[in-house]
Design a protein around this ligand. Structure first.
Ligand code: IPE
Ligand code: IPE
Ligand code: MG
Length: 248
């Protein structure tokens, strides 16, 4: 068990992670182009961000674009990047006003220079937000993140700055893009798919998993409430026995 995992089977949910899936199928069901589904997906993001604020969630992580999604048709990739730019332009002042700090994880060096600048500006502008951290996973792959972390740690070892014997789960977590962010307590995936798709592979080690058939553009505050109610029924044992958890 990671030293970072705290025994908190009854504690409130601090970090919610979401694989927002089903935009394409939502559009197809309506005879619309896939991008219409992505556009509606952005609407769902704004609804869920507000709902999470009301729920008092500290960190909301949204899987918005995977390292594998670069392989989609170029027009879809371009449209997604454009939507992201629009999202930043429209939402950053709102995030600032609501006390939300934006944090981007993933290999954003693959994005256009203008998008990289816009992301950095939005992160800097909202950095003081204390109510909630919104983590956007962009050009993100869990394996890629772990590899980049291994490279960073190896460089420190080579330079004599890190003793390899001192590398434990906590110190290694500090090399990941999610450094200083607690592991997710709950992962929601929409659209009926039951897989992780390379999302937060290290951090999800002990997350509770919740799958729903609802397509992401249809996912609203009531659906979030169902997921949170379900989470509250779970018993998080972290490898221990029930009896140990109930010890005073
Ligand atoms: C999720 O919806 C959004 C992204 C991956 C960017 P999809 O685009 O994967 O929608 P489906 O799975 O094709 O329905
Ligand atoms: C996962 O959805 C990535 C995001 C939601 C951004 P995909 O639709 O790309 O996942 P797979 O390919 O069906 O596993
Ligand atoms: Mg999909």
């Amino acid at each position: 068990m990671s030293d970072c995992i705290e025994l908190m089977h009854t504690a409130p949910l601090r970090h919610l992670a979401v694989i927002m899936d089903g935009n394409g199928r939502w559009a197809k069901q309506r005879g619309l182009p896939r991008i219409a589904g992505h556009r509606q997906g952005v609407e769902a993001v704004t609804v869920i961000v507000d709902a999470c604020l009301l729920q008092g969630i500290d960190v909301l992580s949204l899987y918005a674009f995977s390292s594998e999604n670069w392989g989609r048709p170029q027009d879809e990739v371009d449209a997604l990047m454009e939507l992201l730019l629009q999202f930043l332009a429209l939402q950053q002042n709102k995030m600032l006003a609501k006390g939300i700090s934006l944090r981007v994880i993933g290999d954003t060096s693959r994005m256009s220079p203008s998008l990289q600048t816009a992301l950095k500006e939005a992160e800097a502008k909202t950095a003081g937000g204390k109510r909630m951290t919104l983590v956007l996973a962009l050009s993100y792959g869990g394996r890629d993140e772990i590899l980049r972390a291994v490279k960073k740690a190896s460089r420190q070892v080579c330079q004599g700055e890190l003793d390899p014997d001192k590398l434990d789960c906590c110190t290694f977590s500090g090399f990941l893009d999610t450094a200083d962010i607690p592991d997710p307590d709950l992962l929601i995936r929409t659209s009926g798919e039951m897989r992780i798709s390379n999302f937060l592979l290290w951090q999800l080690a002990y997350a509770e998993l919740y799958f729903t058939d609802v397509l992401w553009p249809d996912f609203g505050a009531d659906d979030l409430q169902h997921a949170l109610d379900d989470y509250r029924q779970r018993k998080r044992r972290f490898g221990l026995t029930d009896e140990q958890l109930h010890e005073p």
